[in-house]
Design a protein around this ligand. Structure first.
Ligand code: MRU
Length: 345
């Protein structure tokens, strides 16, 4: 099994695989300041809910390093600004706010200590967040593998692999586990317009691992499902509400409607860090809208006329009644989701 190091922190520098460049070139993006981290998240050098959470945690560490020379009052005030900036770098994936809140708690609890000690504690917490995510993904993969049939053909959307997490992946982690446990699986990967996380990143991970797979444009999914070619749909999540409504990459909702119509099991694979216990339904999820250029350009080539309006939401919400189950590190949750989500809180 290949080990992909999406996020690595060494000697006060955060190294990220530059996901804007894959698969054409494998480049590392270096963050030396928390502003670099804010840019990396906004510009999608790094993306995927758990990956941006862990990245933001190291952003807080870089901020602490920068402000070490300040007195305590200034240090704490500057840290608050850095936490705020990072917290807003993208709005939908709750793992980001979750990680920032964990880092903020460390600062709150160690306020009385010298700033050097606060820095050390923040660094330790970021390392824990990173390592816990990998462990969590491996647990989810084991639970998820139980619902993958011996010869399953699986459809997946966006990129939910090692690149979207600290390592191993969520939905793609389940696929990895099924493959390495000896199952004869086959994967269809949606290319996932407009940022092509499927065509560029999932396809890259599948090829690296040698998992039998085929890339499709998003609109092919309906035909494959109607023709009985798909046994299972596995997707990730950016935020799950208490009732099970799930925000994920734009296009996920459409797949869920097809799954319901054609009776295909539709599973969300998400760590509990992706559950927002503060919201009741998907209506409360802030859906990011991104630059129109993501739609009107491919790379640097304009493909749509000047003057056309664009609607470019990055995520949509799948209603809980379309979801067969939510695979977490604590087990597979089935409806009624609210009751079962509250049980694992
Ligand atoms: O815009 P992105 O690439 O950050 O969106 C990512 C997704 O929608 C993933 O499916 C989600 O974060 C789960 S990945 C572990």
């Amino acid at each position: 099994m290949k080990e992909i190091r999406t996020i690595e922190f060494k000697k006060d520098t955060l190294y990220l695989i530059d996901q804007r460049k894959l698969p054409i070139s494998y480049e590392i993006f270096e963050c030396k300041t928390y502003e670099d981290v804010d840019f990396a998240i906004k510009d999608m050098v790094v993306r995927g809910a758990p990956a941006i959470g862990a990245t933001a945690a190291y952003g807080v560490v870089l901020a602490a390093k920068e402000f070490l020379k300040e007195n305590k009052g200034k240090f704490l005030a500057n840290m608050e600004e850095a936490l705020d900036l990072l917290n807003k770098s993208r709005p939908t994936a709750v793992n980001l706010m979750w990680a920032i809140s964990r880092m903020r708690n460390i600062i709150e609890r160690s306020k009385a200590l010298p700033v050097g000690n606060i820095y050390e504690k923040l660094k330790r917490e970021a390392d824990i967040i990173l390592n816990e995510d990998i462990e969590t993904n491996k647990k989810m993969a084991k639970h998820g593998n139980q619902i993958v049939g011996q010869n399953a053909t699986i459809l997946t959307h966006c990129n939910t692999g090692a690149l979207a997490t600290a390592g191993f992946g969520t939905a793609l982690g389940v696929i990895r586990e099924a493959f390495y446990s000896g199952k004869n699986i086959f994967v269809y990967a949606d290319e996932t317009r407009p940022r092509l996380q499927g065509g560029r990143l999932t396809a890259w991970e599948l090829v690296e691992e040698g998992i039998p797979s085929t890339l499709i444009v998003d609109s092919v999914a309906a035909t494959l499902i109607r023709d009985g070619k798909i046994d299972l749909i596995l997707v990730g999540a950016d935020r799950v509400a208490l009732n099970g409504d799930t925000a994920n990459k734009i296009g996920t909702f459409m797949l869920s409607v097809l799954a319901k119509e054609y009776n295909i099991p539709f599973y969300v694979v998400a760590p509990t860090t992706t559950i927002d216990f503060n919201i009741n339904t998907g209506k409360e999820i802030d859906i990011e809208e991104r630059d129109s250029k993501e739609v009107t350009y491919i790379e640097n080539i304009r493909i749509a006329p000047e003057g056309i309006d664009v609607y470019n939401p990055a995520f949509d919400v799948t209603p809980n009644e379309h979801i067969t189950g939510i695979i977490t590190e604590k087990g597979i949750l089935k409806p009624p989701f609210k009751e079962n989500i509250l049980k694992i809180k």
